[in-house]
Design a protein around this ligand. Structure first.
Ligand SMILES: NC(=O)c1ccc[n+]([C@@H]2O[C@H](COP(=O)([O-])OP(=O)(O)OC[C@H]3O[C@@H](n4cnc5c(N)ncnc54)[C@H](OP(=O)(O)O)[C@@H]3O)[C@@H](O)[C@H]2O)c1
Length: 266
């Protein structure tokens, strides 16, 4: 796929991986980028950086966990700045905790942003892409969408769901010339990773590497884009010997869940 002259909407574009994807699209000649995140200040900073590369950047300050607001804003954005050729669903949150200590509010936040938020935006955009005769949708999952990890139960569940959602959409929308791909980064040096306890032996990648892998994957028409050699090795080992991989995950996990009989859980 060529980005030259294209319009893209990127969620989670204010920082981290989404911001790097926006910069890569700008460098590849995109004409217009619609940037979604909650923090207007950070969005404005990213938009200014993109404008300096010669692309038109439109910040849309939106909370993806609020579907009514999102529906109205995305429909208006399509009307004012569309048609949109590429959608990148990158916004996401991660809460790391032992399942026994996880709070319902954290579970709800992960599901609302990572899944329902993605679903809301995709539904609006996909219908319009079908009407316009084509487009590309990129859903950002994670290596944890292939390998569920201790201390990340809800996050892993949302990322597995994204892989399934993407596969189903790919089949449903291909007759309409809408391509749907998943991007599966491993640990990446962003604000999200800074708030996590890392798994032992995992070497983080830079967000630029993730954006680069996406550009290569889009050019090669790869349906599931894994990032970095560690992801390929882990994914293959999991296919060959899931039992062994579970043992490895238990050894490398950062925190052993506390006993369900610890005083704060009684
Ligand atoms: N970093 C990693 O190790 C890693 C690994 C695999 C996959 N991923 C995935 O890659 C994606 C990007 O992660 P990242 O590492 O770049 O994280 P990040 O640096 O924390 O950035 C997250 C982005 O999502 C936006 N966002 C979060 N909640 C939102 C909401 N409710 N509504 C709208 N925007 C929201 C944030 O902006 P505001 O806070 O301003 O809203 C920000 O732009 C996520 O889907 C993540 O699961 C990350």
């Amino acid at each position: 796929m060529q980005m030259h002259g294209k319009t893209a909407l990127i969620t989670g574009a204010s920082r981290g991986i989404g911001r790097e994807i926006a910069l890569s699209f700008a460098k590849a000649g995109a004409a217009r980028l619609l940037l979604v995140a909650r923090n207007p200040q950070r969005l404005a900073e990213t938009a200014a950086d993109l404008e300096s590369l010669g692309v038109e950047a439109i910040p849309l300050a939106l909370d993806l966990s609020q579907p009514i607001e999102v529906n109205i804003a995305i429909a208006q954005a399509w009307r004012d700045y569309g048609p949109i050729d590429v959608l990148v669903n990158c916004a996401g949150v991660a809460h790391q905790a032992s399942f026994l200590q996880l709070r319902l509010a954290q579970v709800e936040a992960e599901i609302a942003t990572n899944l329902v938020g993605m679903y809301t935006v995709t539904r609006l955009v996909a219908r319009r892409m079908v009407a316009q005769g084509g487009g590309t949708i990129v859903n950002v999952s994670s290596l944890m969408g292939k390998l569920a990890a201790p201390t990340m139960s809800t996050y892993s569940a949302t990322k597995f769901a994204i892989v399934g959602f993407t596969q189903a959409l790919r089949c449903e929308l291909s007759p309409y010339n809408v391509r749907v791909v998943s991007l599966l980064p491993s640990l990446t040096e962003t604000d999200m990773a800074r708030h996590l306890q890392w798994f032992r032996w995992v070497i983080p990648v830079a967000p630029e590497q993730v954006a680069q892998a996406l550009m290569v994957g889009l050019a090669k028409d790869t349906p599931e884009i894994l990032v970095g050699w560690q992801s390929h090795v882990a994914s293959w080992c999991n296919r060959l010997s899931p039992w062994l991989m579970e043992r490895v995950l238990m050894i490398t996990a950062p925190a052993h869940p506390r006993s369900p009989f610890s005083p704060e859980l009684r």
